[in-house]
Design a protein around this ligand. Structure first.
Ligand SMILES: [Zn+2]
Length: 270
């Protein structure tokens, strides 16, 4: 099945996809340091790849078109290591408001924000909520690919239970896609604890800190356990999960309203 890439299509082809009730995948990721061995494009490259594979797998059942990746995200926590372009939340929300409004005006009403960067997870949920409230005739779903695919990715990994920044999983997938951009000459020396608890306070409270407080080189985990073969399996597993999400009619169904007429004799709608 040919890949439906928004940027490669003619306008009339996109109008036809809208008439066909296509899902629009809007990938968003980051341009940020990924340790001494990976290029700064990692998250954007991987979000693009997972989006493309998922669209190919979905299209015959649920027409799907993929926008170009929004290549910068919320990366303030990576700034101490250099090479990083960061947006603020207001800018990211404004950008996605324009994207969602544009596709909605062209007749699309299903948008999947496909996130490939840890620092965007909460922001993507907030954007999905905000834009759903603003544009009621569009369903906006936010997914982070490795969270949606958690149960499929964990059995494939030895050092970590899911994707960690510049560790086993991301290094494997980049070895598969762009081996010429991976410096694999001394991966064992880049290993770190891969501990995400630096963002926690108390038992379950959040406290912001940047990555310099938890890793000496910008890596989380052990990239020496990576391989291109593992990368291919991870990309297939991740895109299987996203394709399933896209093809599930429940993902796009209208919310039920199960309120009774009243409580305490006072109606909900006055
Ligand atoms: Zn990353």
């Amino acid at each position: 099945m040919a890949l439906m890439e928004w940027a490669n299509l003619k306008a009339h082809e996109l109008r036809a996809l809208a008439a066909d009730d296509a899902v629009v995948i809007a990938p968003v990721a980051a341009m940020e340091q990924h340790g001494p061995h990976l290029p700064v494009q990692v998250d954007s490259r991987l979000a693009t790849e997972v989006s493309h594979r998922a669209a190919r797998k979905s299209h015959s059942e649920q027409p799907t078109v993929v926008l170009p990746v929004v290549w910068a995200g919320l990366s303030e926590h990576h700034m101490p290591f250099g090479g990083t372009i960061t947006l603020d939340y207001d800018t990211l929300l404004s950008l996605f408001r324009c994207i969602v409004n544009s596709v909605q005006r062209h007749g699309f009403n299903k948008v999947l924000i496909l996130n490939g960067h840890g620092g965007n997870i909460d922001a993507c949920k907030m954007m999905a909520q905000q834009l759903s409230l603003e544009t009621t005739d569009v369903t906006v779903v936010a997914a982070t690919y490795w969270l949606e695919a958690q149960s499929r990715l964990e059995p494939l990994l030895e050092d970590q239970s899911n994707v960690l920044h510049a560790g086993e999983a991301e290094t494997s997938m980049m070895m598969r896609l762009t081996p010429e951009l991976v410096d694999d000459s001394d991966l064992a020396s880049h290993r770190t604890a891969g501990d995400l608890s630096f963002l926690l306070a108390g038992q379950a409270s959040f406290r912001w800190r940047d990555l310099a407080s938890v890793t000496p080189n910008g890596v989380l985990g052990d990239p020496s356990t990576a391989s291109a073969d593992k990368g291919e399996q991870l990309l297939e597993a991740a895109s299987d999960a996203i394709s399933e999400l896209i093809r599930d009619p429940d993902t796009w169904s209208a919310a039920p309203d199960i309120r009774s007429d009243h409580t305490g004799g006072v109606p909900f709608v006055l």
